[in-house]
Design a protein around this ligand. Structure first.
Ligand code: GDG
Length: 461
């Protein structure tokens, strides 16, 4: 079988691909190990231009080569912090109000994509298949094609694809869609994302798109598909159960003094609906005096992209809201919201999920949201907690056993918290089973294998 080349903005370290770290890195590494290949991308380091131009740095792990390059400060600012995270991320999450478009940053985004593509070419063999990930790398295949590369290249978008009316806000929208058409397979998380792309193709790119994913536009033919990303549920269940007896988890349990626990875990990002969630919890405490002092919300939110301005604002906002709500409802021995602005080990998160009565996952917009799936997988089947889930997470399409909410409706979300806390065991078990059936059907292995099978099925250009 031909080798696999995975290209992503950040490359997992060899340690992250080993079992304990879990998640996406393990899933993708599994595919790489099978056929041998290369995982190529940015190392995460900002380096001098001279050092950047020396790469890629190669590390071998069995049949897999990890190939990484550093980025110069200018490239980091324009490609990563600028166009990717201050323009594409907000617009693709329907937050045009937060987007900042800058022509130089866009030029930098394309330049870095092309530079990265040329770094990879040296490592390519004629029969390799390439799997490119996410919004940072939309023009990557176009740069390879321009250099005469005819290998099969697939792209998976981890975040939502916005409807055309939203996408039009990005001045070079047409160039971006044209770049996507240079791939052989373009994968989305949900049907809505795929439809939004087709909608753009037919209405704005003079192209055609069929319901089974055959697209023709800009003189190219490609396939689109829906590949719902998942988790490995058994591995998570095992990790959660094993962690239960460890000291940190016991300490937390003890500190709760019998109170109910609501768990939320998100990267600190405005798309995750954290402020709205805190207000919903406040509303719940306001409406339900009997629960004051008897339920704690633990919000774990490791900071990300701290050098993008909107991320500094969301951090300030949240600190203010947590302080305000805690000021209102705390007692001498009770803090309603424990807001933890740091990263925790994965096993710890999974065990805390298992200890909790509610998983509160309420993004305003999310490609899939793996936390929702991890929460379900971590539950004790004999006494499962309830997933309260935003209808705007991609995961909502599968997790029909969740209590569904519109995160903009603070009162509705507060009611859902109340219902979940009061839910009888039989109903919790039934909802858990429904969710687990979906988790097993769309697990991480299925996602990966379906995408790669479709890509391998494409005829080489
Ligand atoms: C993008 C899309 C899509 C979080 N805090 C800690 C920690 N995490 C882990 C979670 C989960 C992962 O990070 C986050 O994944 P999500 O899917 O929830 O969200 P994004 O990071 O925004 O991911 C998203 C995803 O790509 C995959 O396609 O689902 O829609 O936005 O695994 O557990 N892990 C550890 N410590 C933390 O403090 N160890």
């Amino acid at each position: 079988m031909s080798r696999l080349i995975v290209v992503s903005n950040r490359v997992a370290t060899p340690t992250e691909t080993k079992g304990s770290a879990g998640g996406l890195a393990v899933g993708v590494f599994g595919a790489l190990k099978e056929t041998g290949g290369v995982w190529f991308g940015w190392s995460g380091d900002v380096v001098s231009e001279t050092v950047a131009n020396q790469g890629p740095k190669l590390e071998q792990d069995g049949a897999v080569t990890f190939a990484t390059v550093g980025l110069s400060k200018k490239d980091y600012d324009q490609y990563y912090r600028g166009f990717s995270n201050a323009e594409l991320w907000p617009v693709f999450h329907y937050r045009n109000d937060l987007a900042v478009y800058d022509r130089d940053e866009y030029a930098g985004y394309r330049r870095v994509n092309s530079w990265l593509a040329h770094k990879l070419i040296k490592l390519l063999e004629p029969d390799d298949i390439l799997w490119v990930h996410d919004y940072h790398l939309i023009p990557f295949a176009e740069a390879l094609r321009a250099a005469g590369i005819t290998n099969r290249i697939g792209f998976f978008l981890h975040i939502p694809f916005p409807s055309p009316q939203i996408l039009l806000n990005i001045p070079p929208h047409e160039e971006l869609v044209k770049s996507l058409c240079c791939y052989d397979v373009v994968g989305f998380q949900t049907e809505s994302d795929q439809l939004a792309f087709h909608d753009y193709i037919t209405r704005f790119a003079h192209g055609s798109a069929t319901s089974d994913g055959h697209v023709e536009a800009f003189g190219r033919k490609l396939r689109t598909g829906v590949y719902r990303i998942g988790v490995f549920p058994d591995e998570i269940a095992e990790q959660a159960e094993r962690g239960e007896a460890r000291q940190d988890v016991m300490d937390l349990k003890q500190s709760l003094e019998g109170r109910k626990l609501i768990m939320s875990v998100d990267r600190l990002d405005y798309s995750k609906g954290l402020v709205e969630r805190f207000r919903a919890f406040e509303q719940f405490l306001e409406k339900s005096p009997e629960w004051r002092g008897n339920v704690t919300l633990v919000q774990i939110a490791p900071p990300t992209r701290a050098d993008v301005e909107t991320y500094q604002q969301i951090r300030q906002n949240l600190e203010y809201e947590a302080g305000r709500i805690n000021g209102r409802y705390s007692g001498l021995d009770y803090t309603p919201i424990r807001y933890l602005n740091q990263r925790y080990d994965r096993w710890k998160l999974m065990s805390l999920f298992r200890e909790s009565q509610i998983g509160l996952v309420t993004p305003l917009r999310d490609g899939m949201n793996l936390v929702a799936k991890e929460y379900i997988a971590a539950q004790n089947p004999a006494d499962p907690g309830v997933l309260v889930l935003s209808q705007f997470a991609g995961a909502a399409g599968e997790m029909s056993g969740a209590v569904m909410v519109n995160p903009h409706d603070v009162v509705g979300t507060a009611d859902a918290i109340g219902r979940a806390l009061a839910m009888p065991l039989a109903e919790r078990k039934q909802r858990y089973e429904t969710n687990m059936t979906a988790l097993r059907k769309y697990d991480l292995g299925a996602w990966r294998d379906r995408f790669l099978a479709d890509l391998r099925g494409v005829k080489k250009a």
